[in-house]
Design a protein around this ligand. Structure first.
Ligand code: HEC
Ligand code: HEC
Length: 270
């Protein structure tokens, strides 16, 4: 256990040298454009030029197929009510615009936070009388990508006060809690060491503005909760379930960390 921690610290120290060397570049302040707001930087700014190029070209971005699939599902009637999303919400470009910037949102009926995936399943079960989609199924990912894509370029802006405050605090606590055999918190990697090298990866600030994201490693789109599970497993902690209240509160906190960053869905990452 100690050995791993020491190894990590050593690679972070080495990486710090790289970061300082980069900091000497006078260009650094402006070149991130909209992908940097105050001290907050999208994962885009840590990606290789090649990965960035794939993301910004809609014809090359492999996740744009998921947007198309989401659109087809949007117009498909299902369930006992024989309704489609479009039956109630019409044009997604209008009705879903801004949704990604304000979710997770408080749901008075549930008495807790809901993310976009949860909202989609609420609409499916309660409004369409259809079966909920499994998290991480192609359908759920395509619809989440499609809904969030309607806010592309808009600044992240979740509400964290009032009735939301206790959930925000729970998410923040999770973020800074050490866990797993490596005894590391999210903040050890994504607050203290962005720019550092970890195995084949350059650590970023761990922002969520591009999710669901196409990962070249996964060769498919994955949800933010899948990413949380991966990061928990990296420190050899037992991950929570996708869709759990813990991860939804964490999602809220991470969205707040990225406040002002543009929604990039669907982003492309290593
Ligand atoms: C029968 C009408 C109806 C259908 C069909 C329906 N919804 Fe909804 N939807 C609503 C209503 C009403 C709300 C307002 C919040 C609530 O009461 O759940 C809503 C809220 C939402 C929101 C949150 C919007 C916001 O600004 O907070 C999203 C996202 C959403 N629906 C997505 C979908 C998707 C995706 C589908 C198809 C899988 C769908 N809905 C099908 C009625 C519907
Ligand atoms: C041991 C270091 C480590 C810890 C601890 C860690 N992560 Fe990560 N995380 C990574 C690496 C490596 C990546 C992939 C490269 C990058 O974007 O940083 C990553 C990526 C991410 C991303 C995707 C960023 C993007 O732009 O797509 C998010 C979100 C994230 N982490 C959140 C978290 C959260 C929340 C926690 C705590 C539960 C956490 N991470 C804990 C190493 C870590």
């Amino acid at each position: 256990m100690q050995r791993f921690a020491t190894k990590l610290t050593a690679s972070f120290a080495a990486a710090a040298i790289v970061t300082i060397a980069m900091g000497a570049d006078a260009d650094v302040g402006d070149k991130y454009g909209a992908y940097k707001v105050e001290d907050r930087r999208s994962g885009f700014t840590y990606a290789t030029k090649e990965t960035q190029r794939i993301q910004v070209d809609d014809f090359e971005n492999p996740a744009m197929i998921w947007v198309d699939d989401g659109e087809a599902l949007w117009n498909k009637a299902e369930g006992e009510a024989s309704k489609s999303c479009a039956s109630c919400h019409n044009d997604a470009a209008e009705s879903m615009k801004g949704v990604a910037t304000v979710f997770p949102k408080y749901d008075p009926k549930l008495g807790r936070m809901k993310n976009v995936e949860k909202q989609i399943n609420i609409c499916r079960t309660e409004r369409m009388k259809a079966k909920p989609w499994k998290l991480e199924s192609n359908e759920m990912l395509a619809m989440t990508v499609y809904v969030r894509h309607q806010s592309r370029g808009m600044p992240m802006n979740v509400k964290v006060d009032g009735e939301v405050a206790p959930f925000f605090e729970a998410g923040k606590k999770f973020y800074y809690q050490r866990r797993g055999q490596l005894d590391l918190a999210c903040g050890h990697c994504h607050v203290d060491n962005p720019g550092g090298q970890m195995r084949a990866n350059i650590l970023s600030q761990g922002q969520s503005n591009g999710f669901p994201t196409y990962r070249l490693k996964w060769q498919r789109v994955g949800s933010i909760h899948r990413r949380f599970r991966g990061c928990n497993k990296q420190v050899r902690a037992i991950p929570y379930k996708a869709g759990s209240e813990e991860y939804t509160n964490l999602e809220l906190y991470v969205a707040w960390r990225g406040r002002g960053l543009p929604v990039e869905t669907p982003a492309v990452r290593n």
